[in-house]
Write a protein that binds this ligand. Structure first.
Ligand SMILES: *[C@@H]1O[C@H](CO)[C@@H](O)[C@H](O)[C@H]1NC(C)=O
Ligand SMILES: *[C@@H]1O[C@H](CO)[C@@H](O)[C@H](O)[C@H]1NC(C)=O
Ligand SMILES: *[C@@H]1O[C@H](CO)[C@@H](O)[C@H](O)[C@H]1NC(C)=O
Ligand SMILES: *[C@@H]1O[C@H](CO)[C@@H](O)[C@H](O)[C@H]1NC(C)=O
Ligand SMILES: *[C@@H]1O[C@H](CO)[C@@H](O)[C@H](O)[C@H]1NC(C)=O
Length: 216
C-alpha cells in the first residue's frame, strides 16, 4: 500500500540479456544401436558424430524422403542435399538447422568392399531454443508473493531456486513457471528454463510484500 491507501503492486519485470542460449548442438550416434535421436536448435549449427574413424569405410546417408544427403567413398564426401557437410573426422554438420530438416534419416556404413556392416536410423528433431525467461512478481494477500516465469521456445520446462537452493516446502510450484512464496521470504530467486537444446535463467531479488490485503 502506498500512503494514499491505494494498492501498490510490486510489478517487477526483469529481463536478463546476453544469456548464451542455443549455441551449436552436437549429438553422437556412434554407439552400436539401430535407432538414435538427435535434437538440434533452430538457426544454429548441428553436429552429428556418425562414425569415430572413417578410415576404410564408405558411408551413405539418406534423408527422410530417401534422397541421398551425402555419399562418402575413398575418403571423399559428395554432398547432394543443402545444407549439410560431412567432415572427414566422421561428423555430419548441418550449417543452420531448420524445422524442415526434422525427420528420420538413414545411415549405412559399408566396408571398403561395399558390404553393408551397419544400418542405423537417425531421427533429427529440430526445435526452437528457449529465450531468456521474463519473471514478473505480484504481492498477494497475507504477504505471499507470486512469481511467474515465462519464455518462448519449444516445450520449455521451468525450475526455481531460492538463495541457490530448491524451493522449500510451503512454497507452491505449479511446475509450469508459477510459484507462490510464503510471507517474508528474502533473497535472490532464480528461474531456470530449459529444453533439450538450450537453457537460460533469470535472477532477481525478491521484493517485499507488505502483508496488507490489497486485492479487491
Ligand atoms: C552391433 O550390435 C550387434 C547386436 O547388438 C552385433 O551383432 C554387431 O556385431 C555389433 N556391431 C559392431 C560393429 O559392434
Ligand atoms: C570434427 O571437425 C569439426 C570441424 O573441424 C569440429 O568442429 C568437430 O569438433 C570435430 N569432431 C570430432 C569428433 O573431432
Ligand atoms: C528447408 O528450408 C530451407 C529454406 O527455408 C531450404 O533452403 C532447405 O533446402 C530446406 N531443407 C529441406 C531438407 O527441406
Ligand atoms: C528431451 O528429450 C527426451 C527424449 O526424447 C524427452 O523424453 C524429454 O521430454 C525431452 N526434454 C525436454 C525438456 O523437452
Ligand atoms: C544461470 O546462467 C548462468 C550463465 O549460463 C550460469 O553461469 C549460472 O550458473 C546459472 N545459474 C543457475 C542458478 O542455474
Amino acid at each position: 500500500m502506498d500512503r494514499s491507501g491505494r494498492c501498490a503492486f510490486v510489478g517487477l519485470v526483469v529481463i536478463l540479456a546476453a544469456v548464451p542460449r542455443g549455441a551449436a548442438v552436437s549429438c553422437d550416434v556412434t554407439e552400436n544401436k539401430t535407432f538414435h535421436e538427435c535434437y538440434g536448435a533452430v538457426g544454429k549449427p548441428l553436429f552429428v558424430r556418425l562414425i569415430t574413424d572413417t578410415t576404410g569405410y564408405q558411408i551413405d546417408f539418406k534423408s527422410p524422403g530417401n534422397e541421398i544427403v551425402f555419399e562418402f567413398r575413398k575418403d571423399k564426401a559428395v554432398v547432394r542435399l543443402c545444407c549439410f557437410n560431412f567432415i572427414n573426422n566422421g561428423t555430419l554438420k548441418l550449417d543452420k538447422a531448420e524445422q524442415n530438416y526434422s525427420g528420420q534419416y538413414s545411415l549405412d556404413i559399408l566396408d571398403s568392399s561395399g558390404t553393408n556392416i551397419q544400418q542405423k536410423k537417425v531421427k533429427l528433431i529440430i526445435i526452437e531454443p528457449v529465450s531468456s525467461p521474463v519473471v514478473s512478481t505480484l504481492c498477494l494477500p497475507h504477504g505471499k508473493l507470486m512469481l511467474s516465469c515465462s519464455a518462448t521456445g519449444d516445450s520449455p520446462r521451468y525450475s526455481w531456486t531460492l538463495k541457490d537452493r530448491p524451493l522449500g516446502s510451503g512454497c507452491f510450484d505449479d511446475g509450469n513457471g508459477v510459484i507462490i512464496l510464503k510471507k517474508n521470504e528474502r533473497g535472490d530467486v532464480t528461474c531456470t528454463v530449459w529444453n533439450n537444446v538450450s537453457r537460460a535463467n533469470t535472477t532477481l531479488t525478491l521484493p517485499t510484500c507488505t502483508g496488507r490485503d490489497c486485492l479487491h
